[in-house]
Design a protein around this ligand. Structure first.
Ligand SMILES: [Ca+2]
Ligand SMILES: [Ca+2]
Length: 290
């Protein structure tokens, strides 16, 4: 009997070992995930893998409603990175920062009235809690992710009328923000890139330079300086700005208060980093597929 039970124990152990080995094989041979939940800080933040690639940044002169600072269009090549599927919600912000500065209150509404410094502090705290680097997306990363392969005014096409399917903006939001992730996502699974709240970008703004001048002048200066100065590491590729970088950071995507024109993929506004009214953010994470 003792012999039988020790055989049983041994075979159970062997079985457990086999299961672990199988699990290990399954882990290493499974395709890499294209999204994950960041819950190490208890935030349940959905992160989407954005495959690297090249795109035309800015808008062509023919684009309806276009501003001069959106050109010239130029090619930017980016390595892959992670991006928050939604804007940071108020409950997520409050869990980490201990306060909620938003004018429009609601735990699943995007946090707003956040300065660039506040957004960076959130990223620092999240990085500490999660043991990996989170930061703001660079302007190039933001536009690349917003476009999701499109070259039209919006991620889905050119029509102001269709914008309401994807965005809370000045004509459909009823003068307030709305819970994140309720409209249609873009082709890469990102929500509210157009509208709801403006979103801070990591780097300083600056005039765009064309492809030809860009290489010759080493024009990544503006972008990479901002990145190294703030330790973000998120966006030095895509340094498409001239050496005369602005002293302000950019916000992108338009908000619940803006007309469709300001919600376009290429629209850009520079603001001093302590500005906060109507501005929120989403996080990005440099790195490789998990
Ligand atoms: Ca937005
Ligand atoms: Ca502009």
């Amino acid at each position: 009997m003792r012999k039988l039970s020790s055989v049983l124990v041994l075979s159970a152990l062997a079985c457990a070992a086999l299961t672990r080995a199988e699990e290990k094989t399954a882990e290493t041979s499974a395709p890499a995930a294209s999204s994950y939940m960041e819950n190490r800080a208890g935030l349940n933040m959905n992160m989407i893998w954005i495959e690297g690639g090249a795109f035309r940044m800015g808008s062509p002169e023919s684009e309806v409603g276009r501003d001069k600072d959106e050109g010239p269009t130029h090619t930017v090549t980016l390595p892959g990175f992670w991006m928050g599927a939604t804007e940071v919600a108020q409950a997520q912000y409050e869990a980490l920062m201990g306060n909620n500065p938003s004018f429009n209150k609601g735990e699943n509404h995007p946090v707003e009235c956040v300065s660039w410094e506040n957004a960076m502090e959130f990223c620092r705290k999240l990085s500490d809690a999660a043991g990996t680097t989170y930061t703001l997306p660079s302007e190039a990363q933001w536009e690349y992710a917003c476009r999701a392969g499109s070259s039209s005014r919006f991620c889905f096409g050119d029509s102001d009328r269709q914008l309401g399917d994807y965005a809370w903006h000045g004509e459909n939001a009823g003068k307030q923000t709305h819970p994140v992730g309720k409209k249609k996502p873009n082709a890469w699974g990102l929500y509210d890139m157009h509208g709801n709240v403006w979103e801070w970008c990591l780097d300083l703004g600056g005039p765009y330079e064309s492809d030809s001048t860009h290489g010759a002048k080493g024009a990544s200066k503006g972008g990479s300086e901002a990145v190294s100065k703030h330790g973000g590491g998120g966006g030095s590729e895509g340094g498409s700005k001239g050496s005369s970088a602005w002293t302000c950071h950019l916000m992108r995507g338009g908000s619940w208060l803006n007309d469709p024109r300001k919600c376009r993929s290429a629209y850009r506004v520079g603001l001093s980093p302590d500005t906060s009214v109507g501005v929120g953010f989403r996080v990005a994470r440099p790195g490789v597929l998990r």
